[in-house]
Design a protein around this ligand. Structure first.
Ligand code: SME
Length: 158
């Protein structure tokens, strides 16, 4: 596909995800390099939504290690069960945090981050191999619409 995203002119995130998912599918289709695909996916999400921080953490040697991201520098390693990312990994489920200050053990990478969503990515065997972490500088910025849209996107990236 052409390396230009076509984004609907709307604030309706459901419509934006509907427009984005097939374009990310085209971007990664036929490209076997995981890092290239993760890098383009976070760039597409940044362009579509402008979130403060968007990135992947990859499971390596029983830790989450920072992968491709868009935004300010961030912590490099997160232990199993620690922070929002490590908790989403341990539970194997998406976590939406409306107010990061109210999440016990939240790992602060930037004081500008106010709310967060973390979506685990599974391999064919059902193991978590990565998490997608998105931070917003607005409180309560994520809903089930994001959880569903992002789940569709990470399903393209296993
Ligand atoms: N807040 C995350 C850490 C990663 S940064 O937000 C980029 C957490 O609690 O796991």
């Amino acid at each position: 596909m052409a390396e230009t995203l076509i984004l609907p002119q709307t604030q309706d995130r459901r419509v934006i995800y509907d427009g984005l998912v097939p374009q990310i599918a085209s971007l990664v289709n036929g490209e076997p390099d995981l890092i290239a695909n993760l890098a383009n996916s976070v760039a597409a999400l940044k362009e579509a939504f402008g979130f403060f921080w968007i990135g992947f953490y990859l499971v390596k040697d029983n830790q989450l290690v920072l992968g491709p991201f868009q935004g300010p520098i961030a912590c490099t390693r997160i232990n199993y069960g620690r922070g929002v990312c490590g908790t989403a990994w341990a539970k194997g489920e998406t976590i939406i945090v409306p107010d990061v200050d109210a999440f016990p053990g939240h790992i602060v990478c930037s004081s500008a981050s106010k709310s967060e969503i973390v979506v685990p990515v599974f391999n064919q065997a059902g193991d978590v191999t990565m998490v997608l972490d998105i931070d917003s500088n607005q409180l309560n910025d994520f809903s089930d619409v994001d959880a569903e849209g992002l789940a569709r996107i990470v399903a393209l990236l296993r």
